[in-house]
Write a new protein. Structure first.
Lengths: 195, 195
DNA sequence: CCGGGCATCTAGTCATTGACAAGTTCTCTC
DNA sequence: GAGAGAACTTGTCAATGACTAGATGCCCGG
C-alpha cells in the first residue's frame, strides 16, 4: 500500500506512472522520442517493468490512444451544439496534446485493440451527434460532406495549433476564442446550425 | 559514369536513391519505422553510406521536409484562386503523403536548416497569396482569421484523409472532388472569394 | 494463521540500430 | 600523373526493444 515513495518491490500504480511519464515525454518531444527504458528509469523501476503492463512500445502507444479516445468522447459529449463541439475538439487538442498526437497517427498503435475500438466508437458517436444538428439539409449526401467540412475545420485548426503553425497568426490570442470567432466567419447566419 | 546498375564503388546518385527509398518507407509505415541501415541495404550500399549525404537520421528527415516544402510551394503556385489552392493543398497531400507527413511534424527535423527555411518561406508566400483574394474584408483582423479558417479546412481534410479517417465518409469518391464540392457548401455565394 | 498461487517486478541476454572514427577507392583537376 | 577531396566501407560503441527466467510480495482459501 505504499502510496508514498517508499520504494517497495511493488510500485503501487506503475501502469499509471508509466503512462503519465509517456504523456509528458510525447508532449515535450513527440512520439518518436519515446523510450521504454527511459520511462522505466523515471519511474524508478527496472527496464523490463513497463513490458509487463503494456507488452510493447506499440502496446504503450495503444494504451495512450485508447485513453485519449475515451477522454475525447467525454469532452465532446459535454458540448451543447455543433460549434461548441468544435471548440471542445480544439480545447481537447490543446489540453491533451500527447493523446491527440498519438490518436491521429494510426501507424503508431494497434488499431484492432478492443479497448481502443470501443473508446473510438464512443468518440465517433459523439462526433456524429454533433453533425446531426447541422443545417436543415435535405440536400442528400451533401450532409455528409458538411460533416466532413466541420470535422476538417476543427481538426485542421487543432493540428496546426499543435504543430506551432498558428503562433504567428494568433499572436498570443487564446486559441479557443480564436476558433470560436473563426467559426462565426464561416457559418454565416443562413447556414448556421446552432442556436 | 555508371548510370547502369553496374555496382561500381560510387553509386552514381545515392542521395536520391536513399531519399526515394525513404519516401517509400515513410508512406508505407510512417516516419517512425524509418531505418537508415535498412535504406542502405535497399540501395545496396554499406550501412554508413547514408550518413555521408544526410549526416543524421534527423538530417534525412530534414531533407525530406525541405524537398516537400519546395514541391508544395510549386503545387500551390499553380492554382488560380483560393478554392483551387485548397484543392492543390489536398492533392499535394494525397500525391506526396510521405513529404506531407514529415513537413507537419517539426519535431522530426531540424527547423533551422537553411534549405528548409527558404523552401518553407516560398510555400508560406504561396499560401498567403491565396488568402489575399478572400472576401472584400474590411473587417480588420478577421481577415487573418479567415485565412486561418481556409488553411485549417484544407489542412484538416488533408490530414484526416492521410490518416484514413475519411474513407468511410468518402466511400471511394475522389478526395479532390469531394473537397471541391465541400468548399462549395461553406463558401456560400456571399462570402465566396473566387470568381 | 499460514501456505500456495499469481500478479508484479528484476536481472540477464540478444539482435538491431544510430552515431562516430578511420581507412579505402574512385574521380577530377592542375 | 599526382594529389586533393569526395564517395563509400569497415569496425566499433552505447542505447534500445524484445524476450526469458527468476525473485518478491500480496491475496485468498483452508
Amino acid at each position: 500500500m505504499s502510496n508514498e515513495r517508499e520504494r517497495t518491490y511493488h510500485h503501487g500504480d506503475l501502469r499509471r506512472a508509466i503512462l503519465s511519464a509517456a504523456l509528458d515525454a510525447i508532449a515535450a518531444e513527440g512520439p518518436a522520442a519515446l523510450s521504454l527504458r527511459d520511462l522505466a528509469r523515471r519511474a524508478g523501476v527496472s527496464h523490463a517493468a513497463p513490458a509487463h503492463h503494456f507488452k510493447d512500445r506499440t502496446g504503450l502507444l495503444t494504451a495512450v490512444a485508447a485513453e485519449g479516445y475515451a477522454l475525447f468522447a467525454d469532452a465532446l459529449a459535454g458540448a451543447p451544439d455543433l460549434r461548441e463541439r468544435g471548440v471542445a475538439y480544439v480545447r481537447f487538442a490543446a489540453t491533451h496534446p500527447a493523446h491527440f498526437q498519438v490518436m491521429f497517427q494510426p501507424d503508431l498503435y494497434r488499431a484492432d485493440d478492443p479497448d481502443l475500438l470501443s473508446a473510438q466508437a464512443r468518440a465517433t458517436d459523439a462526433l456524429r451527434a454533433g453533425v446531426a444538428d447541422l443545417p436543415p439539409g435535405g440536400r442528400g449526401e451533401d450532409d455528409r460532406l458538411a460533416g466532413v467540412a466541420a470535422w476538417s475545420l476543427a481538426h485542421g485548426f487543432a493540428t496546426l495549433l499543435l504543430s506551432g503553425n498558428l503562433s504567428d497568426a494568433l499572436e498570443g490570442r487564446d486559441p479557443e476564442a480564436a476558433f470560436r470567432s473563426l467559426t462565426g466567419l464561416i457559418f454565416t447566419p443562413e447556414n448556421r446550425g446552432d442556436g
